[in-house]
Design a protein. Structure first.
Length: 262
């Protein structure tokens, strides 16, 4: 295959490659499910921390690979659009649990959606040149997904969640034995909040067999597209600035997530 013909005497620019098939990781790992079930109040924070640890390196490697394969030929915006397209499609057609009903199906569905959205945000961050493995990306996830309105609140909540993870690793889980149905409902509500307001329509759909797949597909796609727009607006401001690495004496950027028109 040949490159596109140059126009007006300018060198030809290779178009970005079609997005490759996503890795096989379909959803949150089993250990994360256990952690969120034991501590549903901080489920979004546990998911954000795990996403940066597990999915951040994947996003960074993807951006490096594309850059190495197509040096100086793929515009940043095209790379970000490639990531968005890939994960919006995944959000519309989840790989598992599409037919599950009731509260367990709800929790699995919104957990998969929140995890897929986190992957998308981290890939968008990497596309714009930010460090997808840095702790600040967990803060971004919670603010962009509207779990917290401000960075400070997100940082405090992440600190609490991380502290509970360390304590449980040292001394074992101290979670009380709440009724399973109550825990499942609370976990589903927290994950639905993280996945987007429209994703809460999935809660209703899951108890009405026959409409769950149709309504859920629309809700997942709509919520994920809106998250993609917020993510691109945020990271576009800092493409070329780089990551706020948080080292001693380093300049820290004060940012607000842009308010998009409804």
């Amino acid at each position: 295959m040949t490159d596109a013909a140059p126009a007006d005497g300018q060198p030809g620019v290779r178009p970005p490659q079609q997005p490759e098939a996503a890795p096989a990781v379909a959803g949150p790992p089993a250990g994360l499910w256990d952690r969120m079930r034991e501590d549903p109040q901080y489920a979004p924070e546990h998911l954000a921390l795990a996403a940066v640890r597990q999915l951040g390196p994947e996003a960074a490697q993807w951006a490096r690979r594309v850059g190495a394969e197509q040096p100086a030929t793929v515009p940043v915006e095209a790379l970000a659009e490639q990531a968005v397209r890939r994960f919006v499609n995944h959000a519309r057609f989840p790989e598992t649990a599409a037919g599950a009903t009731g509260l367990p199906g709800l929790v699995i569905d919104v957990g998969l959606l929140a995890w897929t959205q986190a992957r998308m945000v981290l890939h968008v961050a990497a596309a714009y040149g930010l460090d997808a493995t840095h702790h600040d990306r967990a803060v971004d996830l919670l603010v962009l997904q509207k779990v917290h309105k401000a960075e400070q609140a997100a940082r405090l909540a992440l600190g609490v969640a991380a502290g509970r993870e360390r304590a449980d690793a040292l001394f074992g889980s101290s979670a009380g034995q709440a009724p399973l149905g109550q825990v499942t409902l609370r976990l589903g509500a927290r994950l639905a909040q993280m996945a987007g307001a429209r994703a809460t329509k999935r809660v209703v759909a899951k108890v009405l067999p026959g409409v769950a797949i149709i309504l859920g597909t629309w809700a997942n796609s709509s919520a994920t597209k809106e998250l993609a727009a917020r993510s691109r607006a945020l990271y576009r401001q800092h493409s070329g600035v780089g990551c706020r690495c948080g080292g001693a004496g380093e300049h820290r950027l004060r940012r607000r997530v842009p308010r998009l028109p409804r």
